[in-house]
Design a protein. Structure first.
Lengths: 320, 526
């Protein structure tokens, strides 16, 4: 198992390195904006010279890697946060993204699993039909459509919640205040629809499969009631694929949803990404690219590894 | 013993063939054989939801193709800035109360009279100034569709309560009058057109005096003080006019020495051709004069004044075109890659798997952004979007095909084919590949909703810029609407509705196909 984990991690790092190299080269060859003003031009040119921007591309990449390894220096933001290290720019925006997505996961995981179990237990009855149909609809409709519906209903019609997330100053200077949470309710709801639907569908599919298996028949034959057999045998087995999915969604909350962040003005990494493209803040763009790549790779590998930890059968298989 | 001897010594003549002269073959099945595809079709037909979804998809697609043909008056480059952001209006449908171009709003008494005054003023093209409220309400150009009972409301505590009217107003007619600067020749054309059609475009100019609160607003044709309509007696004393039956507004038209209303004002220019006239036009009829038809937009107009119906059709066409292209290209690429990988296995497989692993690790949004930045200037926004989709999109198909090949390449019939001397290519495409056809078709349909949603997401975020007059995307329409849609809901509702419908239907349709192509589900439903 340890060998398997190490192998996977090393492969992931290799993949990350290759992707980063490609992205770095593609970003470096983009044109840089030079101001019209002569004095400013001289300053910028001197700065570029000092940063090694006039060296050949591969040398620049060497400098970039060296700076990361020696000083954890991922470059500098010149437009978004003037002269702030790119790493800080990113980490400053991590918390809002994580908070919104975490809240929404905390709401949607129990709801999704409960609906899924209920639909599986009532398979082919009207309750199941209802849940399955609405899951179909909710999983298909894109998340930004929910964004607009939620804004329309809860802000425009009912006036219960603010249109967008409060800025840090408005909410009392902290991300953890109740006021901040209150303004985050709408994006949380908008995000939850898709997540609840996805999880519900997955749970229903897995549970219906385990409910019809032979060991369930044995459990019933032993004299367990239907509820006992379901919770002790079927649910436990159904959880084997469900748990990794939940774990991976906890990792991907780092990435967040760009579109929801844009609609609700969440100052998170998604918004940073779009800002860095529009302002051509290349170091931040590169930082964000590396971050997104890392998160998506990490989510994939954690799923594979957690299967091994959760299910002993798969662990045995990996040893061979 | 004797019998045995007899049997061994049967004379040759006694033998005869059982079926001499007949062909020996298996008897044909009495029932007709069902091919794989036909079997899938039979099962697909039973899935009502999938059939309905397919019909809706076809309907939406047909709309996107037929819409530009049905709208003959203008094409997708036609726009009118004064009729931007207007709700749906259709002259036929408005008779039964839908698509009447109206929105419900609350009016103060002042605002209500100002809106009604457009209709009253439209009837008063001779400048007589004696059109009553009732006559004005009957006018074809009356923007007020329905006026509710007034109700008392206090906005601030202690202040005098105001009367608020809930009413429905036609947004096209609400534009009302407008000052335009036209050349003399055009002025004569308009006069001729007026006589020909009997529709009135030119209205008397308004005097710029203390009873006109805003001289640039051509709708202030009646005397008012701070926006409240007044009647002025001969001593110059103003009296407020109330909104009540029989109300007559006192006109404030510019008149010449004889007391006749003035219809144009010379503002500059030399010859008779180029002389500029300032005129006051009823925009609804001016539009009809200019374009030859009355304003009619079944889905309303977008934020710039283009017809939303045509923009939507363009967006749908783009979405479906991109999705089908992506799906077809990914299918081909994935099938080729997966077939080679799965058939040859070993070192080739390991190497190719690493390549696809690395490609799969690139987040789609990053790929799309980089392709846009690097390529959109050279090959255009849509092709570079296609590249981004293709870069990683084929990996799913490839791995599916690869699995199928691993499953089937060791089977007897493959060995048999190889023994008979079939080439690699023949074994791959004729013997193994058809096994994975069902999964591939299903996958390529299920790819479509993903592509549509990603495409609209990218254009919504502004990463892909598709804002031109000829190319548009549903995402761009929504992004244009995102700051306006609380006040102009139709801008958001129609694109969002269509994209949701497309997504739901393609998913239903794809799931139906998946079930149909899965032989293990055969007979489960019965």
């Amino acid at each position: 198992m340890t060998k398997y984990v190490i192998k996977r991690v090393l492969l992931m790092l290799l993949t990350l390195f290759v992707i980063c190299t490609i992205c770095f080269l593609l970003i470096k060859v983009l044109p840089r904006e030079i101001p019209q003003d002569k004095n400013l031009q001289a300053v910028i040119n001197a700065r570029f010279e000092a940063l090694g921007y006039n060296e050949p591309l591969m040398v620049q990449y060497g400098i970039y890697l060296r700076n990361i390894i020696t000083d954890w220096d991922w470059g500098t933001s010149w437009y978004i946060d003037y002269r702030e290290p790119a790493w800080n720019v990113l980490t400053d925006r991590l918390l809002p993204t994580v908070l919104v997505n975490l809240y929404s996961l905390l709401v949607s995981i129990p709801l999704g699993i409960l609906f899924g179990i209920y639909a599986a237990v009532k398979k082919n009855k009207w309750q199941d039909q209802l849940i399955s149909t609405s899951v179909m609809v909710f999983a298909s409709v894109p998340s930004y459509v929910y964004g607009f519906i939620v804004q329309y209903v809860f802000y425009f019609l009912l006036g219960w919640f603010p249109l967008q997330v409060y800025s840090l100053a408005d909410a009392g200077g902290s991300w953890w205040t109740f006021k901040m949470f209150y303004s985050m309710v709408l994006p949380i709801i908008a995000l939850s629809f898709t997540q609840v639907a996805g999880l519900c569908r997955f749970t229903r599919a897995e549970l219906t499969e385990t409910l019809t298996s032979d060991y369930m028949l044995l459990a019933r034959a032993k004299g367990l009631t239907r509820a006992q057999a379901t919770t002790r045998h079927a649910l436990k087995n159904a959880m084997v694929p469900i748990l990794p999915m939940i774990i991976s969604s906890f990792i991907s909350i780092l990435g967040g949803s760009m579109i929801i962040e844009k609609i609700f003005a969440v100052p998170g990494v998604g918004q940073l990404y779009i800002m860095s493209i529009n302002l051509l803040d290349y170091d931040v763009f590169m930082m964000d690219t590396v971050f997104y790549t890392f998160v998506s790779l990490l989510a994939g590998i954690v799923v594979d590894i957690s299967y091994g930890f959760i299910d002993p059968r798969i662990r045995m298989g990996a040893k061979k | 013993m004797k019998t045995n001897e007899d049997i061994t010594r049967i004379p040759r003549e006694k033998f005869e063939f059982v079926n001499h002269g007949e062909k020996i073959a298996d008897r044909k099945f009495d029932d007709t054989p069902v091919s794989y595809m036909k079997d899938a079709w039979i099962r697909f037909r039973k899935n009502k939801g999938a059939i309905a979804a397919a019909i809706i998809i076809l309907a939406i697609f047909a709309y996107s193709l037929l819409c530009p043909l049905l709208i003959t008056n203008y094409d997708n480059t036609f726009m009118d800035v004064y009729y931007a952001k207007k709700p749906p209006k259709d002259l036929l449908l408005s008779k039964i109360g839908i698509a009447d171009g109206g929105t419900n709003r609350d009016f103060s008494e002042k605002g209500l009279i100002k809106a009604i005054a457009v209709g009253i003023g439209a009837e008063d093209h001779d400048g007589t100034g004696d059109v009553t409220l009732e006559e004005g309400m009957e006018s074809y150009y009356q923007p007020m569709l329905k006026i509710g009972e007034g109700r008392q409301m206090t906005e601030i505590k202690g202040a005098k309560p105001k009367t608020i009217y809930s009413a429905r107003i036609d947004n096209y007619l609400e534009v009302g009058f407008m000052y335009r600067s036209i050349e003399q020749s055009e002025y004569h054309d308009i006069v001729a057109w007026q006589e020909e059609t009997g529709k009135q475009i030119l209205y008397p100019l308004v005097a710029d005096n203390e009873y006109n609160i805003d001289a640039t607003d051509a709708n202030n044709w009646y005397k008012s003080s701070k926006g409240t309509p007044v009647s002025v007696d001969e001593y110059g004393k103003a009296q407020t006019i109330k909104y009540e039956p029989g109300m007559v507004l006192e006109d404030n038209y510019k008149r010449d020495a004889d007391g006749n209303p003035v219809y144009f004002e010379y503002t500059g220019g030399g010859t008779t051709e180029t002389a500029q006239y300032k005129v006051r036009v009823l925009y609804y009829n001016f539009y009809t004069y200019r374009n030859g038809f009355e304003p009619e937009y079944i889905f309303g107009t977008d934020s710039q004044g283009y017809d939303l119906a045509l923009r939507l059709a363009g967006g749908i066409r783009l979405s479906i075109l991109v999705a089908i292209l992506v799906s077809a290209i990914n299918l081909t690429l994935g099938a080729l890659y997966g077939a080679v990988e799965g058939y040859y296995g070993g070192a080739v497989d390991i190497l190719m798997e690493r390549v696809s692993d690395i490609l799969a690790g690139i987040p789609f949004i990053v790929a799309a952004t980089l392709f846009q930045i690097h390529l959109s200037a050279k090959v255009g926004a849509v092709p570079s979007l296609l590249f981004a989709f293709i870069l990683t999109g084929w990996i799913g198909t490839a791995s599916r095909v690869r699995t199928q090949f691993y499953r089937f390449k060791g089977q007897e019939y493959v060995t048999a084919a190889r023994t008979l001397g079939a080439s690699d290519g023949r074994i791959i495409w004729k013997h193994i590949f058809p096994n994975s056809l069902g999964t591939i078709i299903t996958a390529s349909v299920l790819v479509i909703p993903g592509v549509i949603s990603s495409e609209s997401m990218l254009s919504y975020l502004g990463i892909v810029k598709l804002g031109g007059t000829d190319v548009t995307s549903l995402g761009t329409l929504m992004s244009d609407a995102s700051s306006l849609w609380i006040n102009y809901p139709h801008l958001m509702v129609f694109p969002a509705l269509i994209i949701s419908l497309l997504m739901i239907c393609f998913n239903l349709f794809g799931n139906g196909l998946r079930d149909a192509f899965n032989p293990s589900l055969r007979g489960v439903e019965e």
